[in-house]
Design a protein around this ligand. Structure first.
Ligand SMILES: COc1ccccc1CNc1ccc(C(N)=O)cn1
Length: 247
């Protein structure tokens, strides 16, 4: 997979794209990443990339032409069509289901806005879809782009060794919250590891983890339960947990 990021601060992406799983995916040739700075395509000796908003109001708006030239250069840098996404609070909320769809695409171009945003004519002409990582406003789209890069990178085959298959088999794969995790020591001032996890009984462990995910989702994010594909066994686990809690 190739991701091109159009941003006034390409160095911003460097760290997020060098450490951990993303860095490893790049080393393994699973992900190619390149930044494109609109300022490199800005005309004039001030190399303007923004200007004042028509209609007045505070702040600045990013100019069409430097962005358009950067997007065109990014498109031309590799073969095949690329879908262009604009990171914006006005975008479609990002979910793991959507991340899985994005991770299957051969190419993404992520457009990062700064200031008050981008001239609407550029968005209409060049952007296929606006994406939001949540209902809040950041000073620029770069952090949102780094979130997308990380989320799709870890889904590339070979990026996560065995953890991804576990995730997809487990509940995050079908919309439930994750279960609690424990490691050494068994006994600690903060408490003891649940005995089932020490039992070596893989069926009991899987059942306990499923039940924990179901209960957590029911308590913290009940709206996710409605969308999750719960089986008969799931409902029994939830009922048993509620009976045990006396809730
Ligand atoms: C004032 O900033 C803007 C104004 C308009 C568009 C983009 C920006 C860049 N900022 C962003 C970008 C994305 C998200 C998100 N929720 O995904 C939050 N903020």
């Amino acid at each position: 997979m190739r991701i091109d990021v159009v941003t006034l601060f390409p160095e911003f992406m460097d760290q997020a794209a060098t450490v951990g799983v993303v860095g490893r995916a790049r080393e393994r040739g699973l992900l190619a990443l390149q930044g494109w700075n609109p300022r490199d395509y800005a005309e004039g000796n001030y190399r303007r990339v923004d200007d004042r908003p028509f209609g007045g109001g505070p702040g600045m708006v990013m100019l069409i032409d430097p962005l358009r030239a950067a997007i065109t250069a990014a498109r031309a840098a590799a073969p095949g069509p690329a879908r262009v996404f604009y990171m914006s609070p006005q975008g479609r909320p990002l979910t793991q289901a959507r991340v899985r769809e994005l991770a299957a695409l051969p190419r993404l171009i992520l457009l990062c806005g700064r200031y008050e945003g981008v001239d609407e004519r550029l968005l209409q002409a060049e952007v296929d879809e606006e994406l939001s990582i949540g209902d809040y406003v950041l000073s620029g789209g770069e952090l949102a782009a780094a979130v997308v890069v990380d989320a799709v990178a870890r889904l590339q085959n070979g990026a996560l060794n065995d953890a991804l298959s576990a995730e997809q088999d487990s509940f995050e794969g079908d919309g439930l919250l994750d279960c609690p995790h424990y490691t050494r020591p068994v006994e600690h001032a903060l408490g003891r590891v649940p005995d089932v996890l020490l039992s070596g009984n893989h069926a009991d462990i899987a059942r306990w983890r499923r039940q924990q995910s179901l209960v957590r989702t029911a308590v913290r994010r009940p709206e996710l339960l409605d969308e999750a594909a719960l089986g008969q066994a799931d409902r029994r686990l939830l009922d048993a947990a509620r009976a045990a809690e006396g809730t």
